[in-house]
Design a protein around this ligand. Sequence first.
Ligand SMILES: Nc1ncnc2c1ncn2[C@@H]1O[C@H](COP(=O)(O)OP(=O)(O)OP(=O)(O)O)[C@@H](O)[C@H]1O
Ligand SMILES: [Mg+2]
Length: 278
Amino acid sequence: MNTETNELVLDNIDVTFSGRSYDRSEDVHALSKINLTIKQNDFIVALGASGCGKTTLLNVIAGFLRPTEGSLYFQKRQGRTKTKVATRQEIVKPSPDRGVVFQKHALLPWFNVIENVEFALKLQGVDRIKRREIAEEKIVLMGLEEFQTHKIYELSGGMQQRVGIARALASDPAILLMDEPLGALDALTRETVQEIILKGWEKTRKMVFFITHSVEEALFMATRLIIMSPRPGRITHEFKLDFSKQFLKGVSARKIKSQAKFIAKREKILDIIHSDAT
Ligand SMILES: Nc1ncnc2c1ncn2[C@@H]1O[C@H](COP(=O)(O)OP(=O)(O)OP(=O)(O)O)[C@@H](O)[C@H]1O
Ligand SMILES: [Mg+2]
């Protein structure tokens, strides 16, 4: 039995971009006092007006950007009651432990699907047979088995994003970080990929930090929805949700999204976002 659980802890994170280093007179206080513990099985979705610091927060978690104040670390808890912290590792740089999926895929156009998914494993020195085995497994998880040998330009936008997710999963990260991964897709494809991501998440149970501008997407996907507010960027609200659980138990996405409970939550969140913006 697995008695170990992962947590990613953000402890009082502040980020200020200095005006001087960017040739501007004003400093930008992009994040203020962010406290958040991301736990195993959390699918966290961040919503908020443009400029409220969502990408900055993702960049901090990824290790691309060091916070101006505060600290963040990855810890493992052990034992039956999970009260004991077994290991704690400060996050100071990017690592394969944190897989990133960008809005626009960053796939290599001269490689086919499976070669793209394998690429990071190759850099990590994983042998040929093993890396092919891992890549095939992630490709199946994203429903792309028929497209393994297709070139990237032969795929639709939704498929390309799924390759991006398969690639991020190939390194077996503890957490998957996604910055508006479905933002460029049409509504129908977007719904299909939402469903594929949730089914993949159910199988892998990775921690997820997912950014979106769509309130409906946020409600449907999140187990924890955080709302951020700008100047300075901070977390103002958090909701625990179970719409994705309903979907994973077999209720259709259409049915979930038309429930009175779903619509009431959507209106409440739109109210919060609009009142934050004024
Ligand atoms: N490298 C940087 N240098 C200076 N200022 C920055 C930098 N990156 C972000 N900012 C500023 O920090 C604030 C937060 O930006 P961020 O990109 O995190 O917002 P966001 O919530 O992701 O917005 P969007 O929804 O438009 O993607 C903004 O005011 C932005 O101009
Ligand atoms: Mg952003």
